[in-house]
Design a protein around this ligand. Structure first.
Ligand code: NAD
Length: 393
């Protein structure tokens, strides 16, 4: 079939397999250009199909030549409808990994469940014995607690008082004001339950109990801090509270299992998760223009290659005062932030494309779903039913 983008709110409900394959190939080329000889050799990525998790899997495989096991929650094609982008990304990743002689297996299912954890452990026991590196890169709007069966929903709300600021309707290119009511206690608890550190701890507990960690295993979960303009809805809001809990979990994991466990604060990038956060897409559009002009712009793959090479495996960790790895350092450069702050109050629908890189934002958003990539003929019929070669379940 001929596949076109169909955008509904913050997501595109269609995806193009050839476009996704091109995007994955582009990331692989970047990863291959940075060889990390002392990198890990057996890497588990939880949330491996899109965004930062996909780039982590690509870096592990193509910079470190590691075997990778990827866990994600994606939709295969059915009734002639295209699969989700993360499904097609994984098809492409596995094809390239296999062609390069690299082990790659995948598990599609709810990473919050005991069943998926058990399946991962069985696979590691049978195929690897132990795991060198565990990347935790889930972004999910809900989580079912495996013990109680209760389902919790996360939300993106300020805490204490309502928040009003400028935001961007990314479909229409309209700069408008947004006002968000504050969270109640339940909102905060639920968001911590979904996006906090509990599930990461459960993963590490299960892996430790199964004896598949080794003394050099490292584990990293991703976080974000960002500029003051987003703090009411991010750092100081419900999601920021959940991220503080991820930092607590990193310390608990280190203490309980004696392994290195880090939170890496990454930069703002265009992903399915970040496009749903109020204010952030406008900030990203302005940020990209400034960072590109300064020559410091990075996407997911450049960030993760730098994390693995310069921080985790070959350089210095350079932990901040809270013990976190910072690869958002170029984003948070005071000169960059001063420029963002000077542009922010003056941005309007009329000058949006002048003062920000909104065109690039929209292009990158479509690329997440395999659309708008160079060299792809979107007028061609394509097969939507594509199997993931080494899908365990
Ligand atoms: P994303 O939406 O691109 O990826 C989310 C991944 O989680 C996908 O692989 C998806 O399949 C998987 N997933 C979701 N629910 C799942 C479930 N129940 N079971 C199994 N897999 C599931 O998100 P992202 O933006 O790459 O975010 C990943 C992490 O990076 C998050 O912790 C996020 O806070 C952090 N981060 C993101 C940004 C940003 O700008 N996007 C910046 C800094 C940090």
């Amino acid at each position: 079939m001929i596949i076109e983008p169909k955008i509904r709110g913050f997501v595109c409900i269609t995806a193009h397999p050839e476009g996704c394959a091109k995007k994955v190939a582009d990331e692989i080329a970047i990863a291959k250009a940075s060889s990390i000889e002392s990198g890990p050799k057996k890497v588990l990525v939880i949330g491996a199909s899109t965004g930062y998790g996909l780039s982590s899997r690509i870096t592990a495989a193509f910079s470190c030549e590691a075997s990778t096991l990827g866990v994600f929650f994606e939709r295969p094609s059915s009734n002639g409808k295209p699969a989700s982008a993360g499904w097609y990304n994984t098809v492409a990743f596995e094809n390239e990994a296999t062609a390069a002689g690299l082990y790659a297996k995948s598990i599609n299912g709810d990473a919050f469940s005991n069943e998926i954890k058990e399946e991962v452990i069985q696979t590691i026991k049978e195929d690897w014995g132990t795991v060198d590196c565990v990347i935790y890169s889930l972004a999910s709007p809900r989580r079912t607690d495996p013990t109680t069966g209760n389902t919790y929903k996360s939300c993106l709300k300020p805490i204490g008082s309502s928040f009003s600021n400028t935001s961007l309707d990314t479909n229409k290119g309209l700069v408008e004001s947004v006002s968000i009511e504050p969270a109640n206690e339940e909102d905060i608890e639920n968001t911590v339950k979904v996006m906090g550190g509990e599930d990461w701890e459960l993963w590490m507990e299960a892996l430790s109990n199964a004896g598949v960690l080794n003394e050099d295993t490292k584990t990293v979960a991703y976080s974000y801090i960002g500029p003051e303009v987003t703090w009411p809805v991010y750092k100081n809001g419900t999601i920021g509270t959940a991220k503080l809990d991820v930092e607590r979990a990193s310390r608990a994991i280190h203490e309980k299992y004696g392994i290195e466990a880090y939170v890496s604060v990454n930069k703002a990038v265009v992903t399915q998760a970040s496009s749903a956060i109020p204010v952030v897409p406008l900030y990203i559009s302005i940020l990209f223009k400034i960072m590109k002009a300064k020559g410091t712009h990075e996407g997911c793959i450049e960030q993760i290659v730098r994390l693995f090479k310069d921080r985790l495996y070959e350089g210095e960790l350079n932990l901040d005062s809270e013990g976190r790895i910072r690869v958002d350092d170029w984003e948070m450069d005071p000169d960059i932030q001063a420029e963002v702050a000077s542009i922010w109050p003056s941005v309007t629908t009329d000058n949006l494309r002048e003062v920000s890189d909104f065109d690039a934002y929209q292009k990158e958003f479509l690329e997440l779903f395999g659309f708008g990539l160079e060299g792809i003929d979107y007028s061609q019929d394509v097969e939507v039913d594509r199997p993931i070669q080494s899908l365990i379940s």
